[in-house]
Design a protein around this ligand. Structure first.
Ligand code: 3PG
Length: 211
């Protein structure tokens, strides 16, 4: 699963208030070429939204974000998500996902947390909140000592169309995540066209780096 996730440079971070929006939202993302999604456990609708996407779109790489309690970890594993993420590094959550053979991407913000993540076997770490922590310059300096260990980072928090390729240009960055790709308001407004367009723009932008 790690290899599958490493192939996706852009991950939409979703906050969903009404689980009935899950299917049209996923359709809008797929229409834009996006086959990965992170549903955050920040709303009461998250569990049902995850279940709906799992059922209707088995081909999608379905992730759960903001997994910060044991109950959320259990819900995500039971729902059969492909991967989980969190803003921080909680060893109990990392172990829980490991025990259930599910990829987990903990959040880090310091060298000690990177080392803790590595010692727990995590090869992909979320750098959060990227912008507020110092953005590109911070991540460049923070990740340099660990580059030879093959660890990869996924910066999120303050990432947008304008700065995403700065992050993706770093050899230690495999993907970026952001909520700008499908905002809470756009989901509430059922503005699926804008979401498809934003996803297309972001994927086109990411592919500029390969050209
Ligand atoms: C996350 O959970 O990864 C972040 O909240 C996303 O940050 P953003 O809203 O600045 O994109």
């Amino acid at each position: 699963m790690l290899n599958e996730l490493l192939k996706r440079p852009v991950i939409p971070v979703i906050v969903i208030e009404d689980a009935r929006d899950a299917e049209p939202l996923m359709e809008a993302l797929l229409k834009g070429g996006m086959d990965v999604i992170e549903i955050t456990c920040r709303t009461a609708a998250a569990a049902e939204a995850i279940a709906r996407i799992k059922k209707t779109f088995p081909e999608v790489l379905l992730g759960a974000g903001t997994v910060v309690t044991p109950e959320q970890a259990r819900m995500c594993v039971d729902a059969g998500v492909a991967f989980g993420l969190a803003p921080g590094l909680n060893p109990a959550t990392v172990e829980y996902f490991k025990k259930h053979d599910t990829l987990f991407v903990p959040g880090i913000a310091t060298p000690s947390e990177i080392e803790q993540g590595l010692s727990l076997g995590c090869k992909l770490l979320k750098f959060f909140p990227a912008g507020a922590l110092g953005g590109l310059d911070m991540l460049k300096n923070l990740s340099a000592p660990y580059a030879s260990l093959g660890v990869k980072f996924c910066p999120t928090g303050g990432v947008n169309l304008g700065n995403m390729n700065d992050y993706l240009s770093l050899p230690t960055v495999s993907a970026i995540g952001g909520s700008w790709l499908a905002t809470k308001q756009q989901i509430a407004d059922k503005d699926w066209g804008s979401i498809t367009r934003q996803v297309q723009e972001a994927l086109a932008k990411a592919s500029e780096l390969k050209a």
